[in-house]
Design a protein around this ligand. Sequence first.
Ligand code: NAD
Ligand SMILES: O=C(O)C1=N[C@H](C(=O)O)CCC1
Length: 272
Amino acid sequence: MSDLPGIVITGASGRMGQMLIRTVSDSPRARLIGAVERPGHAWIGQDVGAAMGGGDLGVTVSDDPLELVAGAHAVIDFTAPDATVDMATLTAQARVVHVIGTTGFDDSHLKKLEAAARHAVIVRAGNMSVGVNLLTQLTKKVAQALDEDFDIEIVEAHHNQKVDAPSGTALMLGEAAADGRGVLLDHVSDRARDGITGKRERGHIGFSAIRGGDIVGEHDVIFAAAGERIVLRHIATDRAVFARGALKAALWGQGRKPGQYDMIDVLGLNDN
Ligand SMILES: NC(=O)c1ccc[n+]([C@@H]2O[C@H](COP(=O)([O-])OP(=O)(O)OC[C@H]3O[C@@H](n4cnc5c(N)ncnc54)[C@H](O)[C@@H]3O)[C@@H](O)[C@H]2O)c1
Ligand SMILES: O=C(O)C1=N[C@H](C(=O)O)CCC1
């Protein structure tokens, strides 16, 4: 039996789940020990590699995470908010690192994750790519440097299967911009515009979402003033960037104190 950290992937058949199965099973630094899907899913009972259309990986897809989690070093979870909160109860009981890429949480979900993080290491980020996490730091710096003569607008584009808006990444970028300005995002966020909206409010941060085709994930942070405009942009063309970040987080989390961490911690990008 190898000493490499054992990783369970939940949401195994999903767009990110399949990318994570490939990333972990190809990695020389970790081993895939479990694959979880929701009860009733067609993949339950099949080898996950075969279900993905390739060779067997020696891991059977299960709808019963309890035993798998107990034997794991980390769970990587890109599923849905309710499923992630349920999983957090198990990872907290088992004291297992829980890497959360899921987006679309409401306040009650976030409170439950906070409670779970008293016992488990949780690494959660709306975007696990190096590029976006660097972009959040740049966004904060630019927002710090400019005054409210510059209107901040965040535009995001994703594939037509995405169920939440604004994207987790857009919210991270919004938080970074608000932080740079020394305000709370909740106090200045404009999430929707339709009809006679009135003029744009000075100091607000606006969000717009595009959904279409197979767009992996694109984000612009626009600082628009009279006569000039700065645009900070990230374009993801391959979900592998998210999966590589998630595996890095799972390995980084080993042996850490329980608590909530993000990819800024994992990547060492903290500037204060
Ligand atoms: N943080 C990041 O870097 C990042 C990157 C990409 C996607 N995401 C987020 O990850 C999530 C998943 O995205 P996706 O495109 O892979 O979606 P998807 O719909 O393709 O996959 C989600 C999978 O979760 C499974 N699932 C649902 N409930 C479950 C349960 N109780 N137990 C086990 N599995 C369950 C579904 O059956 C599905 O296979 C979304 O919230 C998305 O926004 C985050
Ligand atoms: O495909 C998705 O869904 C993505 N979700 C994350 C988000 O909400 O920002 C990251 C990009 C892809």
